[in-house]
Design a protein around this ligand. Structure first.
Ligand code: FCB
Length: 457
């Protein structure tokens, strides 16, 4: 049977994503390292050597190239580059140059994030995002890296998932403890993060006017717990606005608004050249929000990934893409993935989520690329090594790598720029009827025509 295909554009970016602290190893000079030593991570895990990228990122870049990817999103570790205030470590910058150069040689275009959840210890001591002083430090750091590495970096992300960062740090307390805590401190951090973003945007553009600078924004679907519950519906809308839209609105018109207070910052207006979407799941919210903002309760048919991380909900990816269309900017899916140690769900997850991307492209929505989280298993923050997001499995003790089936599937997708019925048949046969109706091969013992034909007319 001829295979049916969903074909992607020839210049589509097929990528994977990682962040510095999660893969580099021995990032001893940041707040996460300290937090780990204090025993805050699930099962007492520590990042340790992580995936050993500081010594040998190249080994995994070889795998990324073999996979057929042509893009990768990674981050820089501020505490390596500026180990003490205003002291820049040229050897660390050289190492980053080497890694970026290595990507170029392998045909892999880098997208580089400046801040991905970690702070240098010296910044923590100064109060980091609760002190406005962070803005000038961040600006100087951004200017420095753009100056030294800019020729190798066409795409920059200033800050990864600012609202997740603030939520997990100031309200949930599972990220390294800030000096101040609670709602007021959280809103102050959002204001300072927005100021940092604007400062970095302009600092990079000044050094490198042709660079594309954006944000990696976690976008989630918030559904009311119980559809008929009007209060829960209203609350889901509020939560979604704060989590998904507040940051974007401020960055668009340069205005702080509720719940950040009222203030105009002209240099914040229109400070993004693209929207990066990190999409993982749909959350349910209850009203009143007892026991936390999101209720960890799914419907009876929900497919849930390892450790109750979240529901697999591919339609949500299309929904959040539509949500950012009004900004009229190119869109990158800068993260998407799930924890799935035994690859129970990842092959079909890849096909169903990429199908949503394909659908969006078919409607001419400007989706430039897809960066799967992650290339390799890595240190998953407060959940340590208990959650495995890699297309390639990593044993952190031996540093051995092993391709998961989903890695092989992604390789076929990247090499062919398509999703096909043939792939579904081999990797996720349960999808055949919904994704490629009519493409299933006839059953082995299919009835003959005469058996099927009516006996009399
Ligand atoms: C995102 C983070 C990334 C990783 C994935 C699973 O929220 O940006 O570092 O932890 O979740």
């Amino acid at each position: 049977m001829a295979k049916a295909q969903m074909i992607f554009p020839p210049d589509f970016r097929w990528g994977t994503a990682t962040s510095a602290h999660q893969v580099e190893g021995n990032n001893t000079n940041n707040d996460w390292w300290q937090w780990e030593q204090e025993g805050h991570i699930l099962e007492g895990h520590r990042s340790g050597l992580a995936c050993n990228w500081w010594e040998n990122a190249e080994a995994d870049l070889d795998l990324a190239a073999e996979m057929g990817t042509n893009a990768h999103r990674l981050s820089l570790e501020w505490s390596r580059i500026e180990p003490e205030p205003s002291v820049f470590d040229m050897a660390a910058l050289d190492r980053y140059r080497q890694i970026l150069q290595g990507m170029k040689e392998r045909g892999i275009e880098p997208m580089v994030t400046l801040h991905h959840f970690t702070n240098p210890l010296w910044l923590t001591e100064k109060g980091d995002f609760n002190s406005e002083i962070v803005v000038s430090y961040f600006q100087r750091y951004a200017a420095k890296v753009a100056d030294v590495l800019g020729d190798l970096v066409p795409l920059w992300v200033t800050i990864n998932e600012p609202m997740v960062y603030v939520f997990l740090r100031y309200l949930e307390g599972v990220f390294p403890a800030p000096k101040q805590y609670g709602w007021g401190a959280a809103m102050e951090a959002v204001r300072n993060l927005l100021k940092c973003h604007a400062a970095a945007y302009h600092a990079i553009k000044e050094k490198q006017p042709q660079a594309q600078v954006g944000i990696a924004k976690n976008m989630a679907v918030f559904a009311p717990k119980g559809k008929g519950n009007r209060l829960a519906r209203w609350w889901a809308g509020r939560v979604s606005w704060i989590f998904n839209d507040l940051w974007m609105a401020c960055m668009t018109d340069g205005r702080f608004r509720w719940p950040l207070g009222r203030h105009r910052l002209p240099h914040l207006a229109d400070t993004f050249d693209f929207v990066g979407i990190n999409y993982y799941t749909r959350y349910y919210v209850n009203f009143p929000p007892v026991g936390g903002l999101v209720a960890e309760e799914w419907g009876p048919d929900a497919v849930v990934s390892d450790g109750n991380y979240g529901e697999v909900y591919p339609e949500g990816l299309y929904q959040v893409i539509k949500r950012v269309l009004p900004y009229q900017k190119p869109i990158y899916i800068t993260e998407n993935g799930l924890p799935d140690a035994v690859d129970r769900l990842r092959p079909s997850f890849l096909m169903t989520h990429l199908r949503q991307v394909w659908k969006a492209i078919s409607f001419c929505f400007p989706i430039m690329g897809y960066y799967h989280w992650s290339l390799v298993d890595n240190f998953e923050w407060d959940r340590g090594w208990t959650q495995r997001f890699g297309l390639i499995e990593v044993n952190p003790d031996t540093q051995e790598r092993r391709w998961r089936e989903s890695g092989r599937l992604y390789k076929e997708i990247c090499h062919s720029y398509s999703l096909s019925s043939d792939m579904a048949e081999r990797y996720a046969p349960e999808l055949m009827e919904t994704m490629f109706p009519g493409q299933s091969p006839p059953a082995k013992n299919a009835p003959s025509i005469s058996e099927l034909a009516p006996t009399s007319f």
